[in-house]
Design a protein around this ligand. Structure first.
Ligand code: URA
Length: 210
């Protein structure tokens, strides 16, 4: 039904997501759960990372073994909620670089406006994972991928926790070549573009703000 979308419906992911959804979950627990979910989702997102064969020696004999190839990885959180994904993904791939994109929504035009941008020098040689927990209208995600493509990256994925149907549709129309990984597709957006049933404001829940 949705093109180029991977729903990671592993029971551990769904269990942790349900705990995160509850309004009674504390900031501390929410953060821990998001880090754990990032690792579980990262397992799928990194499934096709290229490997190379090297020769090693076990205590018993020589063998050819698989290691990640030299291709660099860049995690790009959309500030600020995207930061919640970074620790878990870095735990899986500690050598990854991290770029940052700061976007805010202009209250009049609803257009995503960039206020911060920092990528590693040679983004085109990286495998880029743009991360943001909520794919709501899709506008920030589209703007972030626009910036990454402007920096000439070609190998790009988008990772979120919860996607709205309209966000997936709009995103796919803008960037049909970029696969989306999500733990779930929720029902709809409310009048303030929050996802229902959702988790509320992801940034506030991660950082304990209101
Ligand atoms: N951003 C959030 O933090 N939550 C939503 O539900 C939608 C966008």
């Amino acid at each position: 039904m949705y093109e180029n979308v991977h729903v990671i419906n592993h029971p551990l992911v769904q269990h942790k997501l349900s705990m995160m959804r509850s309004k009674d979950t504390s900031t501390q627990d929410f953060r821990t759960l998001l880090r754990e979910i990032s690792m579980l989702m990262g397992y799928e997102v990194f499934r096709n990372l290229p490997t190379k064969e090297i020769e090693i020696e076990t205590p018993l004999e020589k063998m050819k073994a698989q290691m990640l190839s030299e291709k660099k990885l860049c995690i790009v959180p959309i500030l600020r909620a995207g930061l919640g994904f970074v620790d878990g993904l870095l735990q899986l791939v500690p050598t990854a670089n991290v770029g940052h994109i700061g976007l805010y929504r202009d209250p009049e035009t609803l257009v995503a406006v960039e206020y911060y941008l920092k990528f590693p020098d040679n983004l085109p040689i990286h495998h880029v994972i743009v991360v943001d927990p909520m794919l709501a209208t899709g506008h920030s995600a589209i703007a972030a991928i626009d910036r990454v493509k402007k920096a000439e990256a070609t190998d790009i994925k988008f990772l979120c926790l919860i996607a709205a149907p309209i966000g997936l549709k709009t995103f796919h129309e803008a960037h049909p070549d970029v696969p989306v990984y999500t733990a779930t597709i929720d029902r709809e957006l409310n009048n303030h573009s929050y996802i229902l049933p959702g988790i509320g404001d992801a940034g506030n829940r991660i950082f304990g703000t209101k």
